[in-house]
Ligand binder design. Structure first.
Ligand code: I24
Ligand code: DGL
Length: 270
């Protein structure tokens, strides 16, 4: 019953719910299992080794749930751990970086693409490498925007404080003549209107999470494992932190979905 098996999603916390929202929109028949490591979020400032260890702990948990495909919904975890995970698993594994690069390469006309993400994602050089492996001539300008995650998580993403911080952070990017900018972090779609306003209407913004689900959809068809009509799709949520706080954000964000998360201990939380 491969088609009915769930697709697994892992993220450093609740940010990956922006990717889940896209699944519910683009693939409403799919059963899914989401695991967010809220107890150890954020991953952005952590070392690559630490992110690899934590990500593998999440993968090991989901592998016991008989998933048919794994989506690493976190950019920082994808940058650090996708390759080693892909190498070892027998199911298809999808990260959030390659789909965004494909969309950006398609969108750019002047060959100048910007990438914003966490410290870890930008330091890894994953986006730049992936784009230039395809088209070496494309100029990629990357910028870490560590403050953006905190703006969203302090619920200030629609305020004048957000406008000020986004405008200050993106100042150096604005004179780079970009025509395409990749939102390389789960949280950035919430700041999309402000980022668009700061960068100007001529810049095409690419939502890495939304692009990823487009590719998941394509892969499900390629492997003939897409689920059939399923009006009562099962969506299970796990968190390493408080289920109450997780439910609060998830129910708000995914309404009218009724999220009742369970707590899991992955070992070694600190
Ligand atoms: N958004 C995120 N993380 C938070 C938050 C938020 N608090 C308010 N909002 N907190 O990520 C992170 C720390 N918590 C997580 C839960 O366990 C305990 C620790 C972005 C989520 C994107 C889907 C703002 C907010 C909200 C509801 C919906 C969306 C949103 F309150 F951005
Ligand atoms: N989920 C992370 C990402 O997409 C952002 C939050 C974090 O730093 O853990 O990079």
């Amino acid at each position: 019953m491969k088609n009915q098996q769930p697709i697994g999603f892992i993220d450093s916390g609740v940010g990956g719910l922006t990717v889940v929202k896209e699944v519910m929109k683009q693939l409403p028949n799919e059963n899914i299992i989401y695991l967010g490591d809220t107890a150890r979020c954020p991953y952005g400032p952590r070392s690559t080794e630490e992110v690899i260890t934590f990500t593998w702990q999440m993968v090991d948990f989901l592998l016991k749930k008989d998933i048919k495909m794994l989506v690493i919904a976190c950019n920082t975890a994808t940058a650090a751990a996708l390759e080693s995970i892909k190498e070892k698993l027998l199911i298809p594994v999808v990260g959030v970086i390659l789909p965004g690069t494909r969309a950006a390469v398609k969108a750019t006309k002047n060959g100048r693409i910007g990438v914003i993400g966490t410290k870890g994602t930008v330091a890894s050089g994953s986006y730049k490498r992936a784009i230039q492996e395809k088209v070496p001539e494309i100029k990629v300008i990357s910028l870490a925007c560590p403050k953006f995650v905190s703006i969203v998580e302090s619920n200030q993403y629609h305020t004048s404080v957000a406008k000020k911080i986004v405008s200050e952070s993106l100042f150096s990017l604005r004179r780079q003549h970009l025509d395409t900018l990749i939102l390389g972090c789960t949280h950035y779609p919430l700041l999309r209107p402000i980022i668009q306003n700061v960068m100007g209407e001529t810049v095409t913004l690419i939502d890495s999470g939304a692009e990823t689900i487009g590719e998941v959809s394509m892969l499900l068809d390629y492997f003939s494992i897409a689920n059939k009509k399923n009006p009562q799709a099962r969506r299970a949520f796990y968190t390493t932190g408080s289920t109450l706080l997780f439910n609060e954000i998830a129910n708000d964000w995914l309404a009218p979905e009724n999220v009742d998360s369970k707590q899991v201990i992955l070992g070694g939380e600190k």
